[in-house]
Design a protein around this ligand. Sequence first.
Ligand SMILES: N[C@@H](CCC(=O)N[C@@H](CS)C(=O)NCC(=O)O)C(=O)O
Length: 217
Amino acid sequence: MTTVPRTVPIKDAAMILYSSPTSPYVRKVLVLLQETGQLEDVTQIDGSGTPLAPHEAVPGKNPIGKIPALERPDGPTLYDSRVICAFFDDRAGGQLYLSGARKWDTLTLEATGDGILDAALLMTYETRLRPEELRFDEWVDGQWSKIERACAALNARWMSHLHGPMDMGQISVACALGYVDFRQGARDWRKGNDALAAWYKAFAERPSMHATRPPEG
Ligand SMILES: N[C@@H](CCC(=O)N[C@@H](CS)C(=O)NCC(=O)O)C(=O)O
């Protein structure tokens, strides 16, 4: 299966998404854009960077220096994947956060996926950026414990929501589990979480998930 190249401009468009093919937070936005038919409204520009070496274009758009950031012609730049996802969902007519009681479940589920991502990204930075003599194994294990607890909670309490109508909570969790596989493949989040593993296997088959898979290697 081929993947869609994600850092080339798709067409001349007024909104610019600072992006990276390996960022799971960017992936959340791209999955939403594909699911809501808005992908061609955005031009993607590479904004890959790290806390040690931010991309030169990004801090001027997002003072925190992180991607995704969304530059708009008719308003200030938006940043943080949750803000950008809420913006595009609103623009598409509000399909992915819904309303009423389910909205708060969806937001909590999205926060759970993002929490997994935050822990997994810190683990990645620890091994990729921190000099070997300064690494702190217990701290890394503490991050992994967050991921284990979150996966166990998803498996025990969230399966009915995950199997419901597609929403941003599901997209966030799927992008998070995909990132854990991508960067922490040696650790096994599936152990003891059969229902979650089966749900993820099916969700990962969606064309939007296929088209946004991080590159191999
Ligand atoms: N809470 C932010 C996190 C974004 C984030 O951490 N992005 C990473 C790329 S995966 C980044 O830009 N890191 C650079 C940095 O931390 O300076 C969001 O949801 O957008």
